[in-house]
Design a protein around this ligand. Structure first.
Ligand code: MN
Length: 231
């Protein structure tokens, strides 16, 4: 048997400090996972975490030292940046205990959960799924994955984003409402996790609009930084 057309390429993210690639299986994202971001989105209090997903091929790999240009997406007039810590899963598991969660982490990366905010808000208001706002093409830029063996567990550290050199987001990973281990444990009750899964863990406060020509530079302490321009 043969395929009726060439299968899509495997999406893969470089592993820092090696020639190896991390093949991506799924992309899970956590919503409203920093208190001050939840507030700016109109919510307060600690709710159970909630998740949405992006298609694997929404990944845009950004290598250190380069600026990758992504298009201003269609059908929006309010494109927002969300800088996030991304967790890369390296082991299969479901119903993972919080205390064991770190054993399932392959490594970490810096990612951007780019968002058509106007569409997301309209969909939210209507009680509809967020895909058109969140899961669009090239909506998930990501830097190289730093293996856990090199970084240690990332439960704290500055997370920040500048636009054209001006500060937009500046917080600390320790302010995650649901920390990495809690997030892995919770998500694994609903989906069996596999090597290749990525979890975008949520963004701190300071989200805002970007325009064509803007350059976003952001990072997480210990994991490097990435630079993405809007065409
Ligand atoms: Mn997000």
């Amino acid at each position: 048997m043969s395929y009726v057309f060439e299968p899509a390429a495997i999406t893969a993210v470089p592993v820092a400090g090696s020639d190896s690639l991390f093949p991506v299986r799924r992309i899970y994202c956590v919503g409203r996972n920093y208190a001050e971001h939840a507030q700016e989105m109109g919510f307060t209090g600690r709710e159970p975490p909630f998740f949405f997903a992006k298609p694997t091929d929404s990944i845009v790999v950004v290598k250190p030292g380069e600026t990758v240009a992504i298009p201003y997406p269609s059908q929006t007039a309010n494109l927002h940046h969300e800088i996030e810590l991304v967790v890369a899963i390296g082991r299969q598991g479901s119903d993972i205990a919080e205390a064991d969660a770190a054993q399932y982490i392959f490594g970490y990366a810096v990612g951007l959960d780019m968002t058509r905010r106007d569409l997301q808000m309209d969909l939210r208001k209507a009680g509809r799924p967020w895909e058109l706002g969140k899961a669009y093409d090239q909506s998930a830029p990501i830097g190289p994955i730093t293996p856990l063996a090199a970084s240690g567990e990332v439960n704290a550290g500055r997370i920040w984003l500048d636009v054209n050199g001006a500060k937009r987001q500046d917080s600390d990973v320790r302010k995650l409402i649901w920390n990495v281990n809690e997030t892995i444990a919770y998500l694994s009750r609903y989906f069996e996790l596999y090597p290749g899964d990525l979890i975008y863990t949520g963004t701190p406060e300071g989200v805002g609009a970007v325009q064509s020509g803007d350059v976003m530079t952001g990072g997480v302490e210990g994991l490097g930084q990435l630079s993405v321009a809007i065409r």
